[in-house]
Design a protein around this ligand. Structure first.
Ligand SMILES: *Cc1c(COP(=O)(O)O)cnc(C)c1O
Length: 374
């Protein structure tokens, strides 16, 4: 193993930077004696809704659950078609399947790597019920264009916001142009707890009410149940997230500073760099560069002690392994997504990364770029 010069994650660094606040918050929950749908969760839901500028926030077990519980609340039925992008984490498609939907994959825009609005209309059929844009790597999808299509065709829109909390588009925030926003709080996300978590954020009273019931065995009143599940955000995680929410803007600003440093340092090389269209706030969940010889680049950087990762080397429709086999619906025409899967590599990116580690990573990328091609 080469010596690690630039790590990919900084979970313990972040903990150390706000240790007292976190320890206090965790202890407060323990001493409250209320750990499930208690006052800490209620308080955090209020804070999150206010922060997002939406009426409601419902804490659930994970980002994946946030998605499929929302699809259920929207009345998704067996065989309904839902449009999303092949350029995403597996859970986006998985959540559509769990809720009984049929996944329809549409290609992404080559520059933003997000769902290409120009290709959506051709994928709409009489069975289509909704669209799930993913704000990939921290850059919001073109919600304006997507919501225009949805309104015209009477479809719902649910934003997969697992990667872009604290981001926005030109003149709009997440939630303003959709029915609901689903967020993940797994540790490696920009707002991450020490474990798993998620939330549905929405202005719609009906979605809030149904998700709130579904996450708690169909119950809002003790001993009275309708159909539901167990998918709650634990109070201890709500307490942790409540502390971290106060730091999110500062952390995003630091991510953006690191991204600007990478972009300056890698200008004029053979790498394709991330873009930030005018008016968008990219929150750089990941800083992803592309190169046709990605596998060789990845190997070189790992050997140089730069901990890079691939997001996501196997596109959704190339995955195996759901119990009922490979769905026939997944034979999409998505060349841009396939290029991403083959060419993307993610550089170290978290707020506590030092400038020295960023510069070392840049130097190693430049060194590889200078090497003659075999
Ligand atoms: C992380 C992620 C999810 C799933 O969130 P979990 O909390 O891990 O269930 C869904 N979609 C995207 C795009 C993600 O990055």
């Amino acid at each position: 193993m080469p010596q690690l010069k630039a790590p990919f994650y900084g979970h313990t660094r972040q903990y150390e930077s706000i240790q007292k606040e976190l320890d206090d918050a965790i202890r407060d929950v323990i001493l409250s004696g209320q750990y499930v749908t208690g006052p800490t969760l209620k308080r955090f839901e209020g804070e999150l809704a206010r922060y997002c500028g939406q009426k409601h926030a419902v804490g659930v077990n994970s980002g994946t659950d946030a998605l499929w519980l929302t699809f259920m609340a929207l009345g998704l039925k067996e065989g309904d078609e839902v449009i999303t992008t092949a350029n995403t984490f597996f859970a986006t498609a998985e959540a559509i399947w769990i809720a009984g939907g049929k996944v329809v994959l549409v290609d992404c825009d080559p520059a933003t790597r997000n769902l290409d609005p120009a290709k959506i209309e051709a994928a709409i059929t009489s069975r289509t019920v909704g669209i799930v844009p993913v704000h990939l790597y921290g850059l919001c999808a073109d919600m304006k264009a997507i919501s225009d299509i949805a309104r015209k065709r009477k479809l719902w829109v649910v934003e997969d916001n697992a990667q872009a909390i604290d981001g926005h588009g030109p003149g709009w925030k997440q939630g303003q142009l959709s029915d609901a926003v689903c967020t993940s709080f797994i540790i490696q996300k920009n707002l991450g707890t020490l474990g798993d978590g998620g939330a549905v954020v929405t202005d719609r009273d009906d979605i809030d009410a149904v998700v709130r019931k579904l996450r708690n065995h169909g119950s809002t009143v003790r001993s009275v149940h309708s159909f539901g599940f167990n998918s709650r955000l634990d109070d201890i995680h709500a307490g942790i997230l409540s502390v971290k929410l106060k730091h999110i803007t500062r952390w995003t600003d630091r991510r953006r500073e690191i991204a600007a440093r990478y972009t300056r340092g890698l200008q004029g090389t053979s790498f394709r760099l991330p873009v930030e269209p005018a008016g968008y706030r990219h929150v750089f969940h990941l800083y992803v560069i592309e190169h046709p010889r990605r596998d060789a680049l990845e190997k070189f950087l790992l050997e140089a002690g730069v901990d890079v990762k691939l997001h996501y080397p196997i596109a959704i429709h190339k995955q195996e392994g759901y119990p009922w086999g490979k769905p026939a619906d997944l034979r999409p025409d998505v060349p841009n997504c396939e290029r991403n899967a083959a060419q993307c590599v993610s550089l170290p990116m978290f707020p506590e990364l030092t400038d020295g580690e960023v510069d070392y990573t840049i130097e190693q990328c430049l060194e590889w770029d200078r090497q003659p091609r075999r």
